[in-house]
Design a protein around this ligand. Structure first.
Ligand code: S3P
Length: 422
């Protein structure tokens, strides 16, 4: 791929990944028929569907929507392989803790290297038997569930996945289950459990559920703001660009990237009612990003770092140590990606320092198996001079299989991602 190119046009990004996982899981838990529209077609969400099928949940693909016949009727007779998906592993662990079944969850080598003790610890204290390898990176994870008691859990990490795992176990536990977060994270589980008829109490950063059954529902999955962030940054930094993204989810904890890019001077119009985001290219200035910002932009930092690399001044990101345990060590992989474009960037223990420059040349980047690093590199490449080569591009299939088509569409065919075999 060779830049720079201008981006223009209107697109719809894939259905939100976090919402898609939950739509399948909750429809799977609800006895009876639910429908889901606009589901993400990425591999991560496909893994959740496959795992649920092992519990006896039945799926029928209709024209434009998915019909789900819920009810966990069977104990899986095989190991559930969740691929690259941390959300699938942690949320399904919460579901399994509530079932009188034995389940084993695994994933690819990247997922098996991610911390699972953060869900194992609270699920054990509710009464589930959770076992795995030594040292916190437990997967393959073995869970024998059932007979749980509710807990009051003050989570040491601001993680919607941890919160959701404990809440899902709480649906099968005696008494009430409360999770208190250090900083409020995305609220998809709270919002969607309510849609499936569950009473969820939210009080500041505390959320409480009780033993409940879910009633089937119809879910319409809106566009994924994390995927829109790639086009927002692309359109801001590629000269003469103007892009519109339609039908985005605009709820709590997901659109922090719009605020950060505006703080940088970016021209973004966001209609939260319709979910329409319009972006026009223009100059950016450096910004300071701190711990309080991070939960709202946790998946967008690689591409926000690309914006910072094109901004005037030095951007400092801190309080982002969670990035070290994402699909890759995203502090390391983001800094390496920026350096490949000739940008001066440095790691800090909990973030990075980025010196913006107008002289970015195409580079050779490694995704480290991380879809967001690959796509952030592609966006950077669109606005850099000369060709960019991205190794490990296949990681993009986990969340955005149509990304390359959208590059071609928005650049009017001027930029193409070409697969090369090395
Ligand atoms: C997610 C929560 C976030 C995010 C992930 C999806 C979710 O992870 O990074 O991509 O769907 O709940 P953490 O909760 O671990 O921060």
């Amino acid at each position: 791929m060779a830049g720079p190119v201008a981006l223009a046009g209107a697109i719809r990004v894939p259905g939100d990944k976090s919402i898609s996982h939950r739509a399948l899981l909750f429809a799977g838990l609800a006895e009876g028929e639910s429908t889901v529209r606009g589901l993400s077609r990425g591999d991560d969400v496909r893994r959740t569907r496959q795992a649920l099928a092992e519990f006896g949940v039945r799926f029928t693909d209709e024209d434009g929507y998915l019909r789900v016949l819920g009810g966990l009727r069977e104990e899986p007779s095989t190991v559930l392989d969740l691929g690259n998906s941390g959300t699938a592993m942690r949320l399904i662990a919460g579901v399994c803790a509530g079932q009188d079944m034995h389940t084993v969850l695994t994933g690819d080598r990247f997922l098996r290297a991610r911390p699972m003790d953060r869900v194992a610890v609270p699920l054990r204290s509710m009464g589930a038997t959770v076992d795995g390898r030594q040292g916190g990176r437990l997967a393959p994870l073995s869970i024998r569930g059932g007979n749980l008691s509710g807990i009051h859990y003050a989570s040491p990490v601001a993680s919607a996945q941890v919160k959701s795992a404990v809440m899902l176990a709480g649906l099968s536990a005696a008494g009430s289950t409360t999770v208190v977060e250090p900083v409020a994270t995305r609220r998809h589980t709270e919002e969607m459990l309510a849609l499936f008829g569950v009473d969820v109490e939210v009080d500041g950063t505390a959320v409480t559920v009780r033993r409940s059954t879910l009633t089937p529902a119809e879910v319409d999955v809106q566009g994924d703001p994390s995927q829109a962030a790639f086009w927002a940054v692309g359109a801001l930094i590629a000269p003469d660009s103007r892009v519109r993204v339609d039908n985005l989810y605009s709820g709590h904890g997901r659109t922090g990237f719009v605020d950060v890019l505006r703080r940088m001077g970016g021209r973004l119009d966001f209609d939260r009612t319709t979910g329409t985001l319009e972006i026009t290219s223009g100059p950016l200035t450096a910004v300071s990003i701190g711990a309080e910002d991070v939960p709202g932009i946790v998946d967008e930092i690689p591409v926000l770092a690309v914006a910072a690399a094109a901004a005037e001044g030095t951007t400092v990101i801190s309080g982002a140590e969670e990035l070290r345990v994402k699909e890759s060590d995203r502090i390391k992989s983001t800094v390496a990606m920026l350096c490949a474009f000739g940008v001066h960037a440095e790691e800090t223990p909990d973030g990075m320092v980025i010196e913006g420059t107008a002289n970015r040349r195409g580079g050779e980047v490694h995704s480290h198996g991380d879809h967001r690093i690959a796509m952030a590199a592609a966006v950077s490449g669109l606005a850099a001079t000369g060709p960019t080569v991205i190794h490990g591009w296949d990681a993009v299939a986990t969340s955005y299989p149509g990304f390359a088509d959208h590059v071609a569409e928005l650049s009017g065919g001027a930029a193409r991602l070409r697969e090369v075999t090395s």
